[in-house]
Design a protein around this ligand. Structure first.
Ligand SMILES: [Zn+2]
Length: 79
């Protein structure tokens, strides 16, 4: 099972168009239980095609803050 850090790395690769079927499956499993990652993906999917590259290059502040906060709490509870 992937953690958030793995998943975000994978998401960013996915935004560049690189993801294997195996990676996609791991990501799907993670997304099933992780709302910050799902929110990020939803934002990405709701963005018109021409804007996707810009979004990939610059994650919306709101999303990245939410994600950072979530990741911090995860890391804290894991250690
Ligand atoms: Zn996650």
């Amino acid at each position: 099972m992937y953690n958030c850090k793995d998943s975000i790395n994978l998401l960013l690769e996915f935004l560049d168009g690189e993801m294997s079927a195996e990676e996609a499956q791991h990501l799907k499993e993670h997304l099933r239980g992780c709302s910050p990652c799902v929110d990020f993906l939803r934002t990405y999917r709701a963005t018109p095609g021409l804007c996707k590259k810009a979004l990939a290059a610059k994650m919306p502040k709101e999303v990245s803050e939410k994600l950072t906060e979530y990741l911090r709490s995860k890391i804290k509870s894991a250690s």
